[in-house]
Design a protein around this ligand. Structure first.
Ligand code: SF4
Ligand code: SF4
Length: 440
């Protein structure tokens, strides 16, 4: 299909494409190139294909879709690039262009519409899905299906099942709209982005995040009008939907006069830090988006910048750290999580080789590009196992789910946690937070 005028509206900008000098210094940092050794599955090769599409010399056809689809959007190439190529911006725009230029089969369109337009954006539907998941897990149906071998015959649906997170009851939804006081003197007033699926699958992580912030002098507000950040929409080329969600969150968070907007999810953080780029050209929201984005902090980044409350108990475990791509490459936050881990008494930190190489999670990538995601994961687990650490810490729920699958397939029984969960454990071990749970 030739590129129409319409699809040029959302397409990689020529300015961004021109920055690539085709030096190839990014190749070795690219997980798909490391697996396949194919130029067309390297950052340089993908940019070359985007250039050809922009020049009208390559059609948006099956080959282009395959190579762009196989990109993890991990942005490791952005870190490696000496020319400052903004690869994250390029891949998002390329996917939006594909979305406008191609027509998916009816069932694929229906499924995408259900997930992106309805499920992720509706608290009611997310709750219903959460209850469905709980029912599936607790009635023994999940155990039966997993032991029957049927999943292997179900193709992508079987993969989806294996990577589906556990539902965590009670869900975090009932904390939305509430304010949690600082423990001791209030030094900061922050807003917390609770996420979408995280309210079901990461309820304990969200609670731990709020508790750790409280322990560090923060009054934590969870604004009631917030919603999905739009990261999954953006990575899937649905920029208009992402813009709508961005406007909702800007309205929900900006009016509170907060010192910071905190997220515990690297993928969400890198998206909401870039709302100003997404809403560039929107006369009503561009300036507000800029103010919003300036306030956003990953929880690791925030805790790394303030004076950390040292009143922690011992957590005597060996821990290695997996850099979440959207924290390390998307937000350039690498030191803070390591500093926080090293601050925990009794904890022994062990650096893993290639810690900032993607684990293969990448949003919904591990479902739609399952084989590549699993190949990447296998390599990751070799790095993890080489450290001999008992715990893998990371900074993104998607990475946690993927690494748990990695431990089940190739690991040595490691526990997989978010950095703030270890901090929370340390504060609780000091006897300062005797019970899990939140007080308002
Ligand atoms: S993206 Fe950067 S590192 Fe990679 S080929 Fe282009 S200029 Fe070189
Ligand atoms: S974003 Fe990741 S997978 Fe995609 S080209 Fe860059 S390094 Fe490779």
């Amino acid at each position: 299909m030739a590129v129409s005028e319409l699809t040029r509206i959302e397409a990689p900008a020529q300015f961004d494409l021109d920055r690539c000098v085709h030096c190839g210094l990014c190749l070795n940092s690219c997980p798909t190139y490391r697996e396949l050794h194919l130029e067309m599955d390297s950052p340089r090769g993908r940019i070359y294909q985007m250039v050809k599409v922009a020049a009208g010399e390559l059609e948006i056809g099956p080959s282009y879709l395959e190579h762009i689809g196989l990109c993890l959007a991990c942005r490791a190439c952005e870190t490696a690039c000496p020319s400052g190529v903004q690869y994250g911006r390029l891949i998002e725009a390329a996917r939006a262009q594909i979305e406008g230029a191609t027509k998916r089969p009816f069932w694929a369109r229906l499924a995408r519409e259900m997930v992106f337009d309805h499920l992720l954006t509706s608290r009611t539907l997310l709750k219903l899905a959460g209850f469905g998941l709980l029912f599936y897990e607790r009635t023994g149906f999940q155990a039966l299906l997993r032991s029957s071998g049927l999943l292997k015959l179900m193709g992508p649906i079987g993969n989806l099942e294996r990577l589906t997170p556990q539902a965590e009851w009670p869900f975090f939804f009932d904390k939305i709209g509430k304010t949690f006081p600082a423990h001791g003197e209030r030094r900061h007033r922050v807003a917390f982005l609770a996420g979408c699926v995280a309210n079901i699958a990461c309820s304990r992580l969200n609670e731990a995040t709020v508790r750790v912030l409280q322990k560090n002098g923060c009054e934590v507000v969870v604004p009631g009008e917030q919603g999905c950040c739009g990261a999954l929409h953006l990575h899937s080329g649905l920029r208009e939907q992402a813009r709508r969600l961005a406007r909702t969150n800007i309205d929900a968070f900006l009016q509170g006069g907060f010192d910071a907007i905190i997220t515990n999810t690297a993928g969400c953080g890198s998206t909401i830090k870039e709302y100003h780029e997404l809403l560039q050209g929107d006369p009503e929201y561009s300036e507000r988006a800029r103010r919003f984005s300036r306030l956003v902090k990953d929880v690791n980044e925030f805790l790394g910048e303030i004076e950390l409350n040292p009143a922690m108990g011992r957590v005597p475990v060996t821990v290695t750290y997996q850099d979440s791509c959207h924290l390390a490459h998307g937000q350039r936050v690498r030191v803070a999580p390591r500093t926080l881990l090293r601050a925990i008494p009794g904890l022994e930190f062990r650096e893993m080789p290639l810690s900032d190489l993607c684990c293969g999670s990448a949003g919904v990538y591990n479902v739609v590009e399952h084989d590549m995601a699993m190949a990447v994961l296998q390599k990751k687990m070799q790095s993890v196992n080489s450290t001999g650490a008992e715990v893998i810490a990371t900074a993104n729920p998607g990475c946690i789910i993927q690494l748990k699958a990695g431990v089940a397939l190739h690991g040595k029984g490691q526990r997989v946690v978010h950095v703030v969960e270890l901090l929370d454990e340390a504060y609780r071990n000091a006897g300062q937070l005797s019970q899990p749970g939140l007080d308002t």
